[in-house]
Write a protein that binds this ligand. Structure first.
Ligand SMILES: *Cc1c(COP(=O)(O)O)cnc(C)c1O
Length: 485
């Protein structure tokens, strides 16, 4: 015990550590309070190590403590901590997972024109709610409404914070204290936080489930209609598929039933696709314009899934219903900001020409990336990494990428993976080091290997990725893990 107290007394004082050149230099670029906190945390860490059993034992031969208590040693450690805490918490990462729309990684990366539009609008003032022709107050929705109507064929459009908000707002407006009929097979849960029955309850509407998990018929809807019914709701099962013996009621049939009974039909499409996915070799995904053409009154979808834009919830449909939704007080609480509108407008403009959308929107570039180019990129990265110490093997393997983001769950996109087997330490540790690097790299882990899928690595990130991988490799043999504190 006494020995431990003596050791603790040998720890340098805060001020002494702060005088070390490495920390004095850092004060040029980092707030002093971050550096001070890093020094205090470092001292705490050393205290814990010194009093931990076994750690304070003296080296038999030299009679010195194994832990280096020199101010310079603590300063180096504190500098690393301070630098880490000085980095923004939310920052760019390299997505080498091959999951194109990774919700944890912020879903869709934006097209260059969308990024430019956002930066320009954010950095200065804008005509967000000013009609430049008349000089009068304008609507923030005006910047995207015409584009959305042109692309979808709808009479009116409205943008809110996300698709969950769009569904909530539409139900609250059109079906509060009334009944909404939904097929049992379409009661989706997306990402754990969007659960249709709960959104329905939050919107004040009563859910009436019809049909069975795998089958629903027109007569099921018919039988459930009563004077309390407000609308028929169709929900795209975007993150699962019911296969085998199934039956569903198509948009056109629901619309004809709704018209007969003077009800409204709403469809939650999820992804928001304007392009023909089958032409790109992807599974069929319903398009917004097809739902509108079928006569659905209100269609909702996300801005940051297959649309490839920023987080937003888009409502398109017939003007009677959309105008009612617009007038709901909740719409004010769910409204979008100027940066979202700027990014959305620029993204939608790309869709005015389908080829341009496919070529300029990163999500579509990634989904349509030809296998030959994926192979070439993987081979080039493997070549870069092959001769590097710390890797047992570097291979290029055939594998699959996923669409992700709760879209096209069954689609396996053939790809080529760079598989790395770290020489020392296990692959999970190496993956953690990749994640904790700067920039962080998100890789896939499979048994004792790390897999890198270049499909989701943006052009221009490849060199940085290679450097990040090299930096994260286990130290060359001879230097044991944990030798330096
Ligand atoms: C993704 C999804 C949602 C939620 O959309 P967010 O934009 O994430 O709020 C709702 N419904 C369906 C069918 C979806 O696929």
């Amino acid at each position: 015990m006494e020995q431990k107290q003596a050791l603790l007394r040998r720890l340098p004082a805060v001020d002494r550590i702060l005088q070390e050149p490495v920390l004095r230099d850092l004060q040029q670029s980092l707030p002093r309070r971050l550096i001070l906190a890093a020094v205090q945390d470092t001292l705490d860490e050393y205290r814990r190590r010194l009093i931990a059993p076994g750690e304070s034992k003296k080296d038999q031969k030299t009679g010195t403590v194994r832990i280096d208590l020199a101010p310079a040693a603590l300063a180096v450690r504190a500098a690393a901590r301070a630098a880490a805490s000085g980095r923004p918490s939310l920052r760019r990462v390299i997505n080498a997972s091959g999951i194109v729309l990774h919700t944890n990684l912020g879903r869709a990366p934006l097209a260059a024109s969308a990024v430019e539009a956002m930066v320009s609008v954010a950095a200065g003032y804008s005509n967000l709610e000013l009609d430049l022709d008349s000089g009068e107050r304008g609507s923030r929705q005006a910047h995207v409404e015409k584009l959305l109507c042109d692309l979808s064929g709808a009479e009116a459009a409205l943008v809110v914070n996300n698709n969950a908000a769009a569904v909530l707002l539409a139900l609250h407006t059109l079906a509060r204290e009334r009944e909404v009929i939904v097929s049992r097979g379409q009661l989706v849960e997306i990402g754990g936080s969007f659960r249709l029955p709960e959104v329905m309850a939050a919107g004040g509407a009563r859910l009436i489930e019809v049909g069975t998990t795998n089958k629903v018929h027109r007569r099921d809807y018919e039988d459930a209609i009563n004077p309390h019914t407000a609308l028929l709701l169709k929900v795209h099962t975007s993150n699962y598929c019911i296969v085998g013996f199934t039956a569903a009621v198509g948009a056109a049939e629901l619309v004809s039933l709704a018209r007969e009974r003077q009800l409204l039909v709403m469809e939650d499409l999820g992804s928001g696709v304007f392009l023909d996915t089958t032409a790109a070799g992807l599974p069929f995904e319903p398009r917004v314009q097809d739902s509108v053409a079928a006569g659905i009154d209100v269609v909702t979808f996300s801005g940051d899934k297959l649309l490839g834009g920023l987080q937003a919830g888009i409502i398109v449909g017939r003007s009677g219903s959309v105008d009612r939704i617009r007038r709901n007080q909740l719409a004010r609480a769910l409204r979008v900001g100027k940066i979202t509108l700027a990014a959305l407008e620029a993204t939608l403009r790309l869709y005015l020409e389908e080829d341009r959308a496919r070529q300029k929107i990163p999500v579509w570039q990634m989904l349509c990336a030809p296998s030959s180019s994926l192979k070439r990129r993987a081979t080039a990265l493997a070549r870069r990494l092959r001769d590097i110490i710390g890797l047992d093997s570097v291979e290029v393997l055939a594998g699959v990428s996923k669409v992700g983001g709760g879209a096209m769950p069954l689609a396996d996109l053939p790809t080529f993976l760079v598989a790395l087997t770290p020489m020392a330490g296990d692959a999970a540790e190496a993956a953690a080091r990749l994640r904790q690097g700067d920039p962080p790299v998100i890789a896939r882990l499979q048994h004792d290997r790390i897999l890198l899928d270049l499909r989701t690595v943006l052009p221009g990130e490849e060199k940085i990725l290679a450097a990040a991988v090299v930096k994260s490799l286990p130290p060359p043999c001879g230097r044991e893990k944990g030798q330096e504190l």
